[in-house]
Structure formats: C-alpha cells, structure tokens
Design a protein around this ligand. Structure first.
Ligand SMILES: [Zn+2]
Length: 84
C-alpha cells in the first residue's frame, strides 16, 4: 500500500495493489472503493470542481456496502453525472 491523495476528495488515502484496469483506494472520507481506468481517463472526471468531488465522494459512500467491493465504472459514473 502506498500513501497518496484520494483521487476523488483529495484527502490522504492509501492506494491498494492494482487489480486489472481498476485502482483501489482506502480513504477516510470515501472509505474503500475502486475506480476503473476508463473513468479516470475521462475529461469529465479530470475536470471535476471541488463541489462535484464532494458529491462524488457521497455518491460512492452511498453505493458502498459493507463488503467494500464497490467499483466506480463508466455505468455508475454516468448515473452520477445524470444526477448532478
Ligand atoms: Zn476520498
């Protein structure tokens, strides 16, 4: 594990070993989640404002159940974008 800043909320987080195309983070704010490389590469994701980051953090927390297996894929990211 490596100390990084959370890709969503920018708070201190741990980067977990990479699994395929997804990156997994363990963040105090967002808790543990995965995010697909496809989502990371989109302009929409890269250009998020602080307010959108905070909303995305809440979205991930709401999706994340106790097994912490949630991964933000293109489908979920589009669902998020349709709600903001
Ligand atoms: Zn976070």
């Amino acid at each position: 594990m490596k100390a990084v800043e959370c890709i969503i909320c920018k708070n201190p987080a741990m980067l977990l070993p990479k699994r395929g195309d997804r990156e997994d983070f363990n963040c105090d704010q967002c808790r543990r989640f995965g995010i697909s490389g496809t989502v990371i590469a989109t302009e929409k994701f890269k250009n998020h404002s602080n307010q959108e980051r905070s909303k995305l953090s809440s979205f991930i927390k709401a999706k994340n159940t106790s097994d912490f297996s949630f991964s933000l894929t293109s489908n979920e990211f589009n669902e998020f974008l349709s709600k903001i």
